[in-house]
Design a protein around this ligand. Structure first.
Ligand code: FMN
Length: 151
């Protein structure tokens, strides 16, 4: 199964988590594709069969700049081929931001909803105020994701 990983990061933490997710999915036999500067055409050329979004939150609950163009293109075009694909989101944030905690991840979840992507696992929220090891913290969730995608 081909899994596209869509990532948004300001300082690189979410990027590291996305890379780690790609490694674990590859080891589990999936074919992953990950490019932090992906355009919609790039992702469509890969023809994903599942989607994983990994994004931090910046500003007041906003998506990082590197993910904004892809996010906007997806909202504008709502590719029909993605309807019904399995997907899931990892949101990185900091609970001390209160209401906007993991707002970037929430935006990707909403977008997946609009696209008709089927959420196979509740969003993982990685809290920078609680832990400095987000990659290893994501491992149990990623193991669950692998199970869910294998169906
Ligand atoms: C300027 C700034 C604004 C932030 N705003 C939010 C926010 O609104 N909500 C949130 O949950 N986290 C917020 N964060 C925390 C980051 O999302 C968190 O530290 C994350 O792990 C950073 O990942 P990155 O290195 O991939 O960008 C903010 C961090 C910075 C520096």
């Amino acid at each position: 199964m081909k899994v596209a990983i869509l990532s948004g990061s300001v300082y690189g933490t979410a990027e590291e988590v996305a890379r780690h997710a790609a490694e674990l999915l590859d080891q589990a036999g999936f074919q992953t594709w990950h490019n932090p500067r992906a355009t919609l055409a790039d992702v469509q050329a890969f023809a994903p069969e599942a989607l994983l979004a990994v994004t931090s939150t910046t500003g007041m609950g906003e998506l990082p700049d590197n993910l904004q163009p892809l996010y906007s293109a997806l909202r504008d075009q709502l590719p029909a081929a993605w309807r019904g694909l399995p997907g899931a989101v990892i949101g990185l944030g900091d609970a001390s931001y209160g209401d906007t905690f993991c707002g970037g991840g929430e935006q990707m979840r909403e977008l997946f909803g609009e696209l008709g992507v089927r959420e196979v696992l509740p969003m993982l929220r990685l809290d920078a105020s609680e832990s400095v090891t987000p990659e290893s913290d994501a491992e149990p969730w990623l193991a669950e994701l692998i199970g869910a995608l294998r169906g």
